[in-house]
Design a protein around this ligand. Structure first.
Ligand code: ADP
Ligand code: MG
Length: 316
C-alpha cells in the first residue's frame, strides 16, 4: 500500500485568509441563515478562545465548574446538511470572515472537496483525509497560545463529503470508504484532544446516511432547508425591482417558485440565482428589455431541482 502523504497543494487548491472583503460580501448576500451564522460564529469562536466561556461563567455562574468541561471538550466538528443548492458550501467558505472580525484574529480556511477526489486508486480517500487533518493539526499547533486566546485559527472544510457520510454499517460500503470514515474520526479526535484553535466543517447532501460515529462527534448538525417565501422574496426583490418589475409581479414570481399543487417542493436558492434570474436575462438579451409577463411565463416553465432521494436502509 502506498503511503506517501499528498502535498499541501495536492490537497488544497487554494487557501483563504480572513478577514477578506470579498468573502464578507458573499457572506452578507446569504439570506435566511442568520441563526446559523450566529451559531457557527459562537462555536468556532469558543474553539479559538476557550477562556471566553470561563469569563462568561465567572460573571453569570461563579459556582459552576463542571459544566464548562462539557462545553469546551466538544469535538470541533460542525456538520452542514441538506439539499443541493441550499447554501452549505457558500456559508462554509465564507463564515471564517465573521469569525475573524469578531475575534480580531486571522482565520485560514483549508478547503478540501471530496467530490472530484478520492475516486482513484485504493487508499486514496484515506490518504486525503489523513493528510488534510495532519496539515490542519500542524498549522493549528503553531497558532495556539499556552494561555488564553490563540493567535489565529484554522478551519478545515470537508465539502461534498457524501462518500464519507455513508454509514459504516451499510454492508455495501466499500472497505476503502470505511477506512476513510475511520481516518476522519481519528482526525477529529486528534484536533479535539489537542484543544487546538481549529474547527472542521463538513458538508453533506445526505444527512440520513451520516455515519453514527461521525454524527455523535458533531458539536452541531445544521439542517439547510429550501427557502421560505420570505427568503425567496429577499433574494429576488432587489434584482427584479432593478429591472423595473412591479411589486405584484415580484409577488407572483415568489409564489410560483414555492411549492405548488403539482409538487411538494419549491425552488432551491441556486435554482433562483443560478437558473431563474440568468434565464430571464438571456431570454431578453440582446434585443429587448426583460418583460415581467414573459418572466412569469419562464418561471412557470422552469422545474426546481428535485430533492435528493436518500436510500434508506435496505430495499428500494
Ligand atoms: N441562503 C442563500 N441566500 C442567497 N443565495 C444562496 C443561498 N444559498 C445558496 N445560495 C446561492 O446558491 C448557490 C449554490 O449554493 P451552495 O452553497 O453551493 O449550495 P450547496 O453547497 O448547499 O449545494 C450559491 O452560489 C449562492 O449564490
Ligand atoms: Mg456544496
Amino acid at each position: 500500500m502506498e503511503s506517501a502523504k499528498p502535498s499541501f497543494s495536492e490537497l488544497f487548491e487554494h487557501t483563504i485568509n480572513f478577514p477578506d472583503p470579498n468573502m464578507r460580501e458573499r457572506l452578507g448576500l446569504l439570506v435566511g441563515l442568520d441563526d446559523t451564522k450566529e451559531t457557527l460564529k459562537k462555536i468556532i469562536g469558543l474553539l479559538i478562545n476557550p477562556d471566553g466561556v470561563a469569563e462568561w461563567a465567572k460573571k453569570h455562574h461563579p459556582d459552576a465548574k463542571q459544566i464548562l468541561n462539557f462545553v469546551t471538550r466538544r469535538p470541533p466538528l460542525i456538520i452542514l446538511a441538506g439539499d443541493v443548492g441550499s447554501g452549505k458550501s457558500e456559508l462554509a467558505y465564507t463564515i471564517g470572515d465573521a469569525v475573524a472580525r469578531q475575534q480580531n484574529i486571522e482565520v485560514t480556511l483549508f478547503p478540501l472537496s471530496l467530490a472530484t477526489r478520492g475516486q482513484g486508486r485504493v487508499g486514496q480517500m484515506t490518504q486525503l483525509i489523513s493528510g488534510a487533518f495532519e496539515y490542519t493539526l500542524e498549522h493549528a499547533k503553531k497558532l495556539k497560545n499556552e494561555e488564553g486566546k490563540s493567535r489565529g485559527a484554522v478551519i478545515l472544510l470537508v465539502d461534498e463529503a457524501d462518500a464519507l457520510a455513508q454509514s459504516r454499517e451499510n454492508e455495501q460500503m466499500h472497505h476503502e470508504d470505511k477506512a476513510g470514515v475511520n481516518a476522519f474520526i481519528r482526525g477529529i479526535d486528534s484536533l479535539g484532544n489537542g484543544k487546538l484553535p481549529a474547527a472542521v466543517i463538513m458538508c453533506t447532501n445526505r444527512p440520513n446516511s451520516l455515519d453514527p460515529a461521525i454524527r455523535r462527534r458533531a458539536a452541531e448538525i445544521v439542517y439547510f432547508k429550501r427557502p421560505s417565501a420570505e427568503s425567496r422574496k429577499s433574494v429576488l426583490h432587489q434584482p427584479l425591482s432593478e429591472l423595473g418589475f412591479a411589486e405584484d409581479d415580484i409577488i407572483k414570481i415568489v409564489e410560483l417558485t414555492g411549492s405548488t399543487g403539482e409538487r411538494s417542493y419549491g425552488f432551491t436558492f441556486s435554482d433562483l440565482v443560478q437558473r431563474l434570474l440568468p434565464s430571464m436575462v438571456l431570454d431578453a438579451y440582446p434585443n429587448s428589455a426583460v418583460d415581467p409577463k414573459r418572466a412569469i411565463q419562464l418561471t412557470e416553465n422552469i422545474l426546481p431541482t428535485e430533492p435528493f432521494k436518500e436510500r434508506m436502509g435496505n430495499g428500494e
